[in-house]
Design a protein around this ligand. Sequence first.
Ligand code: FAD
Length: 421
Amino acid sequence: MGLLPTDRMDSLFSPRCVWVNGPIIVGAGPSGLAVAACLREQGVPYVILERADCIASLWQKRTYDRLKLHLPKQFCELPRMPFPDHYPEYPTRRQFIDYLEDYAAKFEIKPEFSSTVLSARYDETSGLWRVVTSAPNNGGEMEYIGRWLVVATGENAETVVPDIPGLDGFDGKVTHVSDYKSGEAYAGKRVLVVGCGNSGMEVSLDLSDHGARPAMVVRDAVHVLPREVLGKSTFELAVLLMRSLPLWIVDKIMVLLAWLVLGNLAKLGLRRPAAGPLELKEKYGRTPVLDYGALARIRAGDIAVVPAVTRFGKGGQVELADGRTLNFDAVILATGYHSNVPQWLQGNDFFNKDGYPKTAFPHGWKGQSGLYAVGFTRRGLSGASADAVRIAKDLGNVWREEAKPTKRAGACHRRCISVVF
Ligand SMILES: Cc1cc2nc3c(=O)[nH]c(=O)nc-3n(C[C@H](O)[C@H](O)[C@H](O)COP(=O)(O)OP(=O)(O)OC[C@H]3O[C@@H](n4cnc5c(N)ncnc54)[C@H](O)[C@@H]3O)c2cc1C
């Protein structure tokens, strides 16, 4: 085979290139969908890149069967489309996915699926964002070029796996909660659930429902609150109180209510932190745990509470911080998630090393050079919706002023195969 001329070879190995006459949105979860819907209203074209083969992949592929929205539905709606009237106060996972599918259909959102963003960088010379993705079906790489970049990859993009000695060599099955569906497969088994956040508590309850013998690792102090007080959502109550009272007073009220409704949880091995639940959420993004029935099972002895794991040994042995060694058949890691922005967003100082905007809510949605961030507020879906509305409004204004369909296309030195409007 003869050699190809250099420029032919260059174009063969270069990514295929797409000029986007509008924002490039990375991630088709609720945040990305909300931005896309609001942009449509503004008449702004966009492209939305998603690594999975479906919208809302976290909800479709990485959540357990019994999951319901943790917060009442009015706090979880995306902009411009309420939940159907017949939905219960806490929609199920399936109902939430159906709602998101309907949302995408209503606003004609058609993401580019199986497109993992590998890198994104701002080219100072051209004033453009260059976003490289893996192309679907192992088709090499694609490069999307445009004036604006919207980061919507979420706070839960990658799983956190704790670094505990011996975990790799544990004899039983080790699963991250993102791969857990139901306790059915664990009936009769001794299961160690590492982590006591909302997922750890609920998975422990689910395991117990399915006849397994769960033990939940509680390493640090934790705020557990009742999901409802006198028939009203605790979250809603906190939101109402915050309108007229300072945070520290609302915190005191929350802790008092929790004590009245749930009793002294320290006796169960669940110590409360010195700082209040809202203060911890505000300062460190630590979400209080809402009780869905796990506490009653702990009291009944169906769910054990154990301290931190110091080492996983052979034959299913687990050494605990209190000196005990217990045996387990399986381990479920309810140890959370982290943002993946630092892995692919290059040369920016808008995000910190943990992949969150450095500027706190409500100002963390807009960076320099056409960079936007949605869904990094640690305020769930309501925070994402607030970001999305602001971003679309801002983009609507700048797009109408700045975008001229062919003005910057010449800056793309590679082989542009299409223009997205
Ligand atoms: C179990 C669970 C329950 C929750 N319940 C509630 C609740 O009841 N109420 C509430 O308000 N909040 C809740 N949250 C928090 C939050 O609202 C949800 O996590 C929500 O899905 C966040 O939406 P998002 O679009 O920002 O992120 P995600 O839903 O995580 O979507 C991000 C998308 O980006 C894609 N992506 C990531 N990296 C790349 C890449 N490099 N290239 C291309 N695509 C990429 C992902 O595949 C994903 O589809 C819950 C979270 C969890 C984990």
